[in-house]
Design a protein around this ligand. Sequence first.
Ligand SMILES: CC(C)(COP(=O)(O)OP(=O)(O)OC[C@H]1O[C@@H](n2cnc3c(N)ncnc32)[C@H](O)[C@@H]1OP(=O)(O)O)[C@@H](O)C(=O)NCCC(=O)NCCS
Length: 268
Amino acid sequence: MEEEGSYWKTSITYVEKNKILVRGYRIEDLMENLSYGETFYLIFKGELPNRKWKKILDALLIAGCDHSLFCPSVAAARYVASGGVGLQNAIASGVNALGKYHGGAIEGAMKFFYILKEEIKKEGRMEEAVKEFVLKYLKKEGRVPGFGHKLHTDKDPRVLKLFQIAQECGLKGEYLEIARNVEKALAEIKGRKLPLNIDGAMAAVACELGFDWRMGRAIFVLSRGLGIAAHSYEEIVNGRPFKEVPLKQIRYVGPKERGLPIHRRDEK
Ligand SMILES: CC(C)(COP(=O)(O)OP(=O)(O)OC[C@H]1O[C@@H](n2cnc3c(N)ncnc32)[C@H](O)[C@@H]1OP(=O)(O)O)[C@@H](O)C(=O)NCCC(=O)NCCS
């Protein structure tokens, strides 16, 4: 027979009547003393973050909070909202649009930085190790996650600020340096600037904070989720129902109009 209480196991939160303990701490104490970013760290990592990290943890979650309709997730959420669904359906559609080219690149970038750090340790020289690793990666995978942007090709204000706050908060900066070296190597190899983007910058900071790469997408979901929710709400409340792609934006490339061969179909 199964032992009582062994069907689900969790180390995150304990609840009983009139008591909620998150990672062992009373929820009232968290509400009184922690920021959202610190609570996010506690919930995922199980322990309280260094007090000096408060600002960078909040900045990490604010950095990706919105980018208007200039990204697949927000546009998807608003399209779906215009169909008349409930708020959470639109939000879920936006979240579902986060993938390896948008928002989800943070996961690949974290994994990339963690492995590269080990390679640098083995090789001893940062520049050589980075270039070799990037070359190998490009050959195998095509695109390095966390680099390149359709709009902010030069000075993404979020990336610069995130790195500045990370330094002010006393993070070691090893992954920030690795990220900048990858950017340099990519420019040399590809012959064009592929800037560190917000996914890549958030990934570098998340690595500095010791997060597991497998929870990288959760960071972006929790950050962009805010913008996705606000846009969904705005579309539901103020938007024109039924948003369609304008006909002039749709090019039909199938067969020309033709008669249906009703009698000839049996001949095949
Ligand atoms: C974000 C992204 C889609 C923007 O793309 P874009 O500026 O429109 O560029 P394109 O998709 O047209 O690609 C143009 C060229 O740059 C290359 N390129 C773009 N991003 C690259 C990357 N991260 N690594 C290697 N090469 C890259 C493409 O392979 C292509 O090369 P080619 O001309 O030799 O075929 C693209 O940079 C990318 O896929 N980045 C990786 C995923 C990522 O970090 N996404 C988060 C975005 S915030």
